[in-house]
Design a protein around this ligand. Sequence first.
Ligand code: HEM
Ligand code: HEM
Length: 152
Amino acid sequence: MNLPSFLWLWKIAAWSMGLALLAYLMLAFTGVWMFQGRTRQQIPLIAAYISGNRGVRSLHYMMGITMVSLVLLLLAIGIVGTVGHFGSLGHSPHLAAGLIVVVLVLLSAFSATQIPNKVWARPLHISINVLLFVAFTWVSLTGWSVVQKYLP
Ligand code: HEM
Ligand code: HEM
C-alpha cells in the first residue's frame, strides 16, 4: 500500500485519541466528584447526594467503558497500520508507549470492578489513573512524531 492510503487511518487514530483524552478528563472530573461526595462529612441533603451520586457513578462507568474501547481501537489501528506498512512491529518507542497505555487502562478497569469488594482497589484505581495520564502524554507525543512520516 502506498503512503497516502494510510493517512485516513492515522486521522482516525488522532480523532480517537482526542475522544479518549476527553473521556479521561470527564473520568477525572466525575471521579473527584464521587470522592468529594464520599469524604465530605457534613452533607446537608443526604438524599440528594445519594441519588445524584448514583448518576455520577454510572456516568463515570460509561465514560470508562468508552475510554477502554477507544484505547483498544487505537491498539488495533496501530498494529494493523504498522504491519500493513512495514510487515512487522517495533519501529519506534511508540510501541512501548502504546502497550503501556493498554496495560494501564485494563488494570484501571479491573481495579474499578474490585472497588466494592476490596479495600486496596480504590487507591490502586486512583494511582493507576495518575500513571495513565503520564502514559497518555507519552503515547500522544510519540504517536504525533511517527505520524509525521506519513504526511504528504
Ligand atoms: C478505565 C475506565 C474506568 C472505569 C471502568 C472506572 C470505574 C470506576 C468505578 C466503578 C469506581 C467506584 C465508584 C464507587 O463505587 O465508589 C471508580 C472510582 C473512581 N474513579 Fe474510576 N473508572 C475508570 C477510569 C478512571 C479515570 C481515568 C480516573 C481519573 C482520571 C478515575 C477516577 C476515579 C476516582 C478518583 C474514583 C474514586 C471515587 C471515590 O473515592 O469515591 N477513574 N471508578
Ligand atoms: C492509546 C493510544 C495509542 C495506542 C495504544 C497506540 C498503539 C500503537 C501500536 C501498538 C503501534 C505499533 C507500533 C510499532 O510496532 O512500532 C502503533 C503505531 C502507530 N501509531 Fe499508535 N497508538 C496510540 C495512539 C496514537 C496516536 C495519538 C497517533 C497519532 C495520530 C498514533 C499514530 C501511530 C502511527 C503513525 C503508527 C505507525 C508507527 C510507525 O510508523 O512507526 N498512535 N500505535
